[in-house]
Design a protein around this ligand. Structure first.
Ligand SMILES: Cc1cc2nc3c(=O)[nH]c(=O)nc-3n(C[C@H](O)[C@H](O)[C@H](O)COP(=O)(O)O)c2cc1C
Length: 734
C-alpha cells in the first residue's frame, strides 16, 4: 500500500473522530487523576500482600458479631459490611491489619463523576456509549495507520526504533511521541473497545455456577486461622470474601479471587467447589483495570501522559496537514501559454514554499509562469525554461506527488527545445542526499529537446541561503531581476546577541582569502557548542548567512570565513577590528557535535570547514582519538590553522593529521585521495563504533561520501548508508 493511502486513512480517521477523541482525551486526563488522588486517601493500604485471608477473617470475627462480606476495590481500599448489635447493616472502610473502622465510604468527587459520565456515554446513555466505543475503535485504527506511517518514514520495519531525523518541530515530535505512547494508546483503545462490546452484550458476561458438595461435611471443627486455603491466600489476590450467613453446613465462605472463585466449608476449611474464571472474565477485569489506571499509580500516570499525547497528536497532526494543504497551486495562465514551467516534487509542502516564491517573482516580472506537481507533467507548447524543484524521500525515492513523473515523461513529448534546471531539496542526515533530484536530472537528459542549463543544485534542510545562491546563478543566466520575496525571507526571527570581536586575522594577511575571527558575547550568557551555527542577517538584503562555529577559550566563538568579492557579510566580518560589535544569533545544530562516546573520530574538512573542528579539539576533554583530514590548495593555505593544530597535537587532543594540498604536486591531490590511502584505518574506526564527521562544501561532501562508500564496501562489505543509519557519519555541508 502506498504512503498516501496510509496517510489519507490516518487523516480521515482523525478528522472524522476528532470531536469525540478530544472529549475522550480531556475527560481521560481528568479521570487519570482519580486513581492518583485515591491513592493518597487514608483508606489506602500498601501491605495487602503481607496479610492472609486467615488473619483478616480472624480479626473481623474478633471485632464484629456478624460479618456479611469484605471487599477490596481497585484502589486497594478494604470495605467491610457487618450487622451491628442493634441489627443494622453498616458498611465502612477498615484497616485490614487491625480491623479498625476507618470511616464510611464517601461519594465520588463530582468532577470525577461528571468526567466519568461524559467519558463513558457523553450523557447520552446507549447512543453515547456507542459513539464512545466507536471512537475507541477509530483511535485504534489511527494508531495502526500511524505505525505504518512510522515504518514508511523510518525506511521499513527495522527502522522503527532508529533515531528520527530532526526536521520541523511538529513532524519530529508527532513521530517521537507516537513511538513512545504507542503501547499505552493501543492498550487504552483495545480495552475501551472490549468494555463497549461487553456493555452491548456482544461479548457475553460469564456466569459462574458452583457444583456444591451435597454431603455438607460438619465434622472436624477448626478455627479460621487453621484453614489451609485461608493461610495460603494473600489479600492482594482477593476481590471479595462473602461470609457464611448462618452456622449451617450448606452455608459457605465464598472467596472471589483475581483468577477464580472458591467455596470453602465454614467448619473445616475444605474446598467445596473451585471455579477458574473463564478467559473472557479475566479480559474484562484487566480491561477495566488497564483502561482506568486503577491499581497502579504508575500506570495511571502513563495513561495521563497518553491522553495529553493524544491532544498533542491532534494539534500537530492537523498543523502538518494544514502545512500540506498550503501547498495549493494557483496559476494565472494556461499551461500552453507559459514560457516558464516550474514542476514540484514534495511530500510535506515545504518545497512549494520555494517554488511559489520563484513563480510569483516571475509573474511580478511580467513573465508567464506555470506551476504544477511532477505527477501532472504534460506537454507544454511554449515552454522555454523548465525548473524542477523536488524533495527526496524514503531511500532516495520520489515524494508521493512525483512518483509517476518517469512514466509521464515517456508519454508526453515537448514539441520545442527547452532548457531545464533541477533543484534538489533534501537533508544530509539521510544516506541518499537529494537522490531523486539526480534521478530526475538523468531522466530529463534522456528526453528529446531538453538542454540542461546547469548541474543539479542541492539544498540541505531547506536552507534559504542555498536557495538564494541557486536563484542568483539562475537569474544571471536568465537575465532576470529576481529578488526573494519577503514571505520567503522572513521565515522566523531568532534571538540575537551582541558579540564583540576579540581576534581577527584578516583575509589579506593569508593566502586563499580566508580569515579566522573570534567573538565573545558582551552581555549575559549564550549557550552553544562546537558544530552549532552562527546566524548573521544582512542589513542590506535581510538574508541570513550561517557559519559553523568552534567553541574556544572562555566561551568564545571561533569561525573560519572565506572572503568573497561580492559577499556583503564576509566583507563586513573581515573589516571588523578588535573591540567592534556585531549582532548575531545561534542556531543549534545537534546533529553535528563531537560524539560523547566514540573512542575514535575522523574529522574531514576542506577550507573553512575546519572551523568547528578547531573548537571540538579544544572541547575534547574526554580525550577521544581525533584524526583530522584537511584539504586545501597550498601549504600556505594551512598556515592560518597551523599554530592551533600543532598545539592540539602536542596536548594529545588531536592524534593524527593528514593534509591534501591539491596544488603542491603535479597530479592534483584531493581529500578523497588521502582518505583512500587511509581506507583500512578509517574502516577499522567505523567497524569499532567510531564516527566520521564531514564539514565543508557540498561538492567535497559528494566526493568524500563516494570514497567512504568505496572504503566501506572494500573493507567492511557494507555500504556507507549502513553506518549513516547508525548515526556514525555526521555531516554539515553547504
Ligand atoms: C521521512 C523522510 C525521509 C527523507 N528522506 C530523504 C532522503 O532519502 N534524502 C534526502 O536528501 N532527504 C530526505 N528527506 C528530507 C526531505 O527531502 C527534505 O526535508 C525536503 O526539504 C522536504 O521537502 P517537502 O516538505 O517539500 O516534502 C527526508 C525527509 C523525511 C521526513
Amino acid at each position: 500500500m502506498t504512503l498516501s493511502v496510509w496517510r489519507y486513512s490516518h487523516l480521515v480517521l482523525a478528522v472524522s473522530s476528532s470531536i469525540f477523541i478530544l472529549l475522550a482525551s480531556i475527560t481521560g486526563i481528568i479521570l487519570a487523576f482519580e486513581p492518583i488522588s485515591n491513592r493518597v486517601q487514608p483508606y489506602t493500604t500498601n501491605n495487602l500482600n503481607e496479610i492472609t485471608v486467615a488473619e483478616i477473617a480472624t480479626t473481623l470475627r474478633e471485632n464484629y458479631t456478624e460479618i456479611i462480606s469484605l471487599e477490596i476495590d481497585k484502589n486497594d481500599w478494604v470495605t467491610a459490611s457487618i450487622i451491628d448489635g442493634e441489627g443494622n447493616n453498616e458498611i465502612f472502610y477498615i484497616n485490614p491489619k487491625t480491623g479498625e473502622n476507618l470511616g464510611k465510604p464517601t461519594e465520588t468527587n463530582s468532577i470525577f463523576q461528571f468526567a466519568t459520565n461524559l467519558h463513558r456515554s457523553l450523557f447520552l446513555k446507549s447512543i453515547g456509549r456507542f459513539f464512545i466505543g466507536l471512537t475507541s475503535l477509530l483511535l485504534f485504527l489511527i494508531s495502526i495507520t500511524g505505525i505504518f506511517l512510522i515504518f514508511k518514514k523510518q525506511g521499513g520495519f527495522r527502522g522503527f526504533f532508529r533515531p528520527i531525523v530532526k526536521e520541523k518541530f511538529n513532524p519530529y515530535y508527532h513521530t517521537l511521541f507516537g513511538r513512545w505512547l504507542l503501547i499505552p494508546i493501543l492498550i487504552i483503545t483495545i480495552s475501551g473497545v472490549y468494555l463497549s462490546l461487553e456493555q452491548f452484550a456482544i461479548i457475553p458476561k460469564s456466569k459462574i455456577v458452583h457444583q456444591e458438595d451435597t454431603l455438607f461435611a460438619e465434622e472436624s471443627l477448626l478455627t479460621l486461622s487453621q484453614f489451609e486455603i485461608f493461610n495460603n491466600t494473600k489479600l492482594s489476590d482477593v476481590r471479595k470474601i462473602e461470609f457464611p450467613f448462618a452456622e449451617f453446613p450448606d452455608s459457605y465462605f465464598l472467596l472471589q479471587l483475581k483468577n477464580k472463585e472458591v467455596l470453602v466449608n465454614q467448619f473445616n476449611g475444605t474446598i467445596v467447589s473451585e471455579f477458574n474464571y473463564p478467559f473472557t472474565a479475566l479480559i474484562s477485569y484487566y480491561s477495566l483495570i488497564l483502561h482506568t489506571g486503577q491499581a497502579s499509580i504508575l500506570w495511571s500516570i502513563i495513561l495521563l501522559l497518553a491522553c495529553i499525547g493524544i491532544l498533542f497528536f491532534m494539534y500537530s497532526g492537523f498543523s502538518i496537514a494544514l502545512q500540506r494543504r498550503k501547498s495549493r497551486i494557483k496559476n494565472r495562465f494556461k499551461k500552453d501559454a507559459c514560457e516558464y514551467v516550474i514542476l514540484i516534487g514534495s511530500e510535506n509542502g515545504n518545497t512549494f514554499h520555494f517554488a511559489n516564491a520563484l513563480h510569483s517573482e516571475l509573474i511580478r516580472l511580467g513573465k508567464k509562469s506555470f506551476l504544477a506537481e511532477l505527477n501532472s507533467y504534460k506537454s507544454y507548447k511554449n515552454m522555454q525554461q523548465l525548473v524542477v524543484m523536488t524533495a527526496t524521500y524514503g531511500k532516495g525515492e520520489a515524494p508521493t506527488n512525483a512518483k509517476k513523473f518517469n512514466a509521464l515523461l515517456q508519454t508526453h513529448q515537448q514539441g520545442k527545445p527547452f532548457d531545464y534546471s533541477v533543484v534538489g531539496f533534501g537533508s544530509l542526515a539521510y544516506p541518499d542526499f537529494c537522490q531523486f533530484a539526480y534521478d530526475v536530472d538523468d531522466m530529463l537528459q534522456q528526453h528529446a529537446n531538453s538542454n540542461r542549463l546547469d548541474n543539479v543544485f542541492t539544498i540541505n534542510n531547506q536552507s534559504l541561503e542555498s536557495f538564494n545562491q541557486w536563484l542568483l546563478q539562475w537569474k544571471d543566466k536568465e537575465n532576470l531581476d529576481i529578488r526573494l520575496p519577503s514571505t520567503v525571507i522572513n521565515k522566523k526571527k531568532r534571538k540575537t546577541y551582541t558579540f564583540e570581536v576579540t581576534k581577527n586575522t584578516k583575509a589579506d594577511e593569508q593566502s586563499d582569502n580566508t580569515f579566522l575571527i573570534q567573538l565573545k558575547v558582551t552581555l549575559g550568557k549564550v549557550r552553544f557548542k562546537s558544530g552549532d551555527l552562527l546566524s548573521i542577517v544582512s542589513d542590506k538584503d535581510h538574508r541570513e548567512r550561517l557559519y559553523s562555529i568552534g567553541k574556544s577559550d572562555g566561551n568564545t566563538i571561533l569561525i573560519s570565513v572565506k572572503l568573497h568579492d561580492k559577499g556583503y557579510i564576509s566583507n563586513r566580518l573581515n573589516n571588523l577590528n578588535i573591540g567592534d560589535k556585531i549582532e548575531c544569533s545561534i542556531v543549534k545544530n545537534k546533529g553535528f557535535r563531537l560524539p560523547k562516546k566514540a573512542k575514535n573520530v575522523v574529522l574531514i574538512a576542506t577550507g573553512t570547514g575546519i572551523g568547528p573542528y578547531l573548537g571540538m579539539m579544544h572541547e575534547n576533554n574526554k580525550k577521544s582519538d581525533l584524526h583530522l583530514y584537511w584539504g586545501g590548495r597550498k601549504k600556505e593555505s594551512f598556515n592560518l590553522y597551523k599554530k592551533e593544530i600543532d598545539a592540539q597535537l602536542e596536548k594529545g587532543n588531536l592524534v593524527s593529521l593528514r593534509l591534501a594540498l591539491s596544488q603542491e604536486q603535479k597530479e592534483k591531490l584531493y581529500i578523497q585521495h588521502v582518505l583512500k590511502e587511509d581506507g583500512e584505518k578509517i574502516s577499522e574506526i567505523l567497524k569499532n563504533k567510531g564516527v566520521v564527521m564531514i564539514c565543508g562544501s557540498v561538492v567535497m561532501q559528494k566526493e568524500v561520501t563516494n570514497m567512504l562508500d568505496e572504503i566501506c564496501k572494500k573493507y567492511l562489505k557494507k555500504s556507507l548508508s549502513y553506518y549513516q543509519n547508525k548515526s556514525a557519519v555526521l555531516m554539515d555541508c553547504y
